[in-house]
Design a protein around this ligand. Structure first.
Ligand SMILES: C[S@@+](CC[C@H](N)C(=O)[O-])C[C@H]1O[C@@H](n2cnc3c(N)ncnc32)[C@H](O)[C@@H]1O
Length: 355
């Protein structure tokens, strides 16, 4: 059987170096050998763990966030609830269980999962067995009408282009092949779509854009402004646009060389929340706020205490550990951030009261 390394080596040898975005797209979503096409990477036996896989409290609190936002929308009798990149379906499962505490909200939901990997869509079907859920491969396929959308660690998986400042000008950073394997090589002159303070970075600087993320944010923003609703985006990244090489590979919970073993390691880049919020106009952006502050404002400590009361000392200790991982600044509390996008007429959503 051929490997993705062989396929990409042959492609680059024949056609020349490819962009970092092309490399990333192949590594993650090649139809036969892509990372998300071939595996289920979550949990201690996989490569990384995400917030909903750490604790049920994450999805539950987001479920209540959705219910409160639905009330602020004027309690529409029908609302599309969509999740982008739902992984194993854990967040949606916890969200819907929490939504059950507000029966009219649960009854109003038309639930959609937007997933590019058929393998993960099958896993989500398993997790959500018994729930009335639909799948789409692309955001644009969602049915019309008011929308509530959540996306946890989706935008970091969208391919980025990289640029390098050389002799006072920007060139695209490409992936070529040498006798040592894949290597970064300078490409053609470029005019990256970046703010002036990033473009002014000194020689040697690397900067990134995420065209797929920008396009998705633009489509989402237009839809929210036209049909009403709100989106909650949680991911790791920076609040303000800045130069920097944030491409990273992770395999078995450790950092891995980014150009080694494409398709066998997760490949992500930090989310530029400022660029994402700007692309989503005319929707209104709130935040980003650090994940720790966001979950604290939603009442994670109260939820943990309630669950602990019901579960006993061992459960209480587990919950305290989960909460620490989600909110401590040294863990996920600061690097991860929450951004809300809303119809311009909606009030501040829960957790974003002090923008
Ligand atoms: C890092 S995982 C996060 C999974 C889940 N949200 C969680 O928090 O556990 C990224 C997810 O996004 C999906 N994905 C990546 N790119 C996508 C795209 N362009 N459209 C839809 N889903 C995508 C992956 O298949 C996977 O389900």
């Amino acid at each position: 059987m051929r490997s993705l390394t062989e396929i990409l080596t042959e492609r680059i040898s024949r056609g020349g170096p490819i962009t970092v975005a092309d490399y990333m797209a192949e590594a993650l979503f090649h139809p036969r050998f892509g990372y998300y096409t071939t595996r289920e990477p979550f949990g201690s036996a996989g490569d990384f763990t995400t917030a909903p896989e750490i604790s049920q409290m994450f999805g539950e609190l987001i479920g209540l966030w959705c219910a409160v936002t639905w009330a602020a929308m004027g309690r529409p009798a029908r609302v599309v609830l969509a999740e982008l990149g739902p992984g194993r379906g854990t967040l949606m499962s916890d969200l819907l269980r929490a939504a059950g505490t507000v029966p009219e909200f649960l009854a109003a939901l038309d639930v959609w999962l937007v997933e590019a990997s058929p393998r993960l869509a099958a896993r989500q079907a398993d997790t959500l067995k018994g729930r009335d859920v639909h799948w789409a491969e692309r955001f644009e396929e969602l049915p019309a009408g008011p929308l509530l959308l959540v996306a946890n660690e989706l935008f970091d998986a969208l391919p980025v282009r990289q640029f390098e400042k050389r002799d006072g000008a920007w060139v695209e950073r490409m992936v070529g092949v040498t006798e040592h394997g894949f290597e970064f090589v300078p490409g053609p002159d470029a005019e990256p779509d970046l703010p002036a303070h990033v473009l002014a970075a000194p020689d040697g600087a690397i900067a990134e854009t995420c065209p797929a993320g920008q396009a998705l944010a633009a489509a989402l923003g237009a839809r929210l402004a036209e049909s009403g609703g709100a989106a909650l985006i949680v991911d790791y990244g920076h609040a303000r646009s800045a130069a920097g090489d944030t491409l990273q590979a992770v395999r078995r919970h450790r950092f891995h060389p980014v150009l080694e073993m494409p398709g066998l390691a997760d490949l992500t880049a930090h989310v530029d929340f400022e660029a994402l919020a700007a692309a989503a106009r005319p929707a209104r952006a709130w935040g980003p706020v650090p994940q720790g502050a966001f979950l604290a404002a939603l009442g994670i400590e109260t939820r943990a205490a309630l669950l602990a009361q019901a579960g006993g000392p061992k459960v209480a200790a587990d919950l305290a550990g989960q909460m620490r991982r989600l909110i401590d600044p040294g863990e996920m509390g600061t690097l991860f951030k929450a951004l809300a996008l809303t119809h311009p007429a909606l009030p501040a959503p829960p957790g974003f009261l002090n923008p």
